[in-house]
Design a protein around this ligand. Sequence first.
Ligand code: NAP
Length: 264
Amino acid sequence: MTRLTDPAERGTALVTGATAGIGAEFARQLAARGMDLVLVARDEARLRASAAQLADRYGVAVDVLVADLTDAEQRATVETRLASSAVQVLVNNAGFGLPLEFDLNAVDDEVRQLDLLATVPLRLTHAVLPQMIERGSGTVITVASLAGYAPLTTYSAAKAWAVVFSRWASAYYRPAGVTITALAPGFVRTEFHERMEITRESMAPRWMWLDVEPLVRTALRDAERGRAVSIPSVRYKLLSLVMGAIPMGLVTANARRTRWSRRG
Ligand SMILES: NC(=O)c1ccc[n+]([C@@H]2O[C@H](COP(=O)([O-])OP(=O)(O)OC[C@H]3O[C@@H](n4cnc5c(N)ncnc54)[C@H](OP(=O)(O)O)[C@@H]3O)[C@@H](O)[C@H]2O)c1
């Protein structure tokens, strides 16, 4: 396990989707712990501005990799970086969501969503693991979602992959010194819903929304403790227990109701 708080183990962290929301906060908190960074996202100007700000504020080295991770060629530059130079922490964070109605969404958008939420973490983790295993230490955090605990949308199906993968890989690679953790938050105040053109008020009541600072602090602490899954906040830990206890038939019945009511 990488002891993220030990200055003797200062190293490099690569964060995908590092310009906004949860990824930007991971980058900030890892830099505050003295880690050098590689930031990945599509918007080059925003990436460079974030990099300059973090380097200036925390005195760490910050590189940028401009890449649309759903594009195989651009993603390959990130895989090469992970395979060819020491990276102690990988945060698979980049993601977006689509409207509920699978049949009405363009199939190419559905494939891009599945790629970004499942194929990309799979490929990047595969690229970084050999050096972590050789060194006997490393941390991989994949930002999943509490949505991955219930069959609600294609988004939740992709997030379920991240939870199940991390649970298995956590147990399998722990003896090699590599910590693998899925972060499974509920609703978080980021740009995520804005990008989907959904208002926060229409999604969930105010008390259900989490802030990125405590969320990421909890995720890093849970990864340091070797947890396979991190669910920040007591309210969502309780909700995850309730979700596990609800009969699956009730959950899927609710999914059907939501679907048809949206179509009027
Ligand atoms: N917000 C929530 O309520 C919530 C809840 C549970 C889980 N999550 C998960 O948390 C993760 C981060 O989301 P967020 O809420 O922080 O969203 P956000 O504020 O919209 O940030 C998304 C980040 O991902 C990058 N990104 C998007 N598409 C990309 C692509 N194709 N290639 C490379 N980078 C890309 C964006 O930068 P560019 O646009 O510059 O590429 C941005 O930096 C996602 O995996 C999301 O599913 C969010």
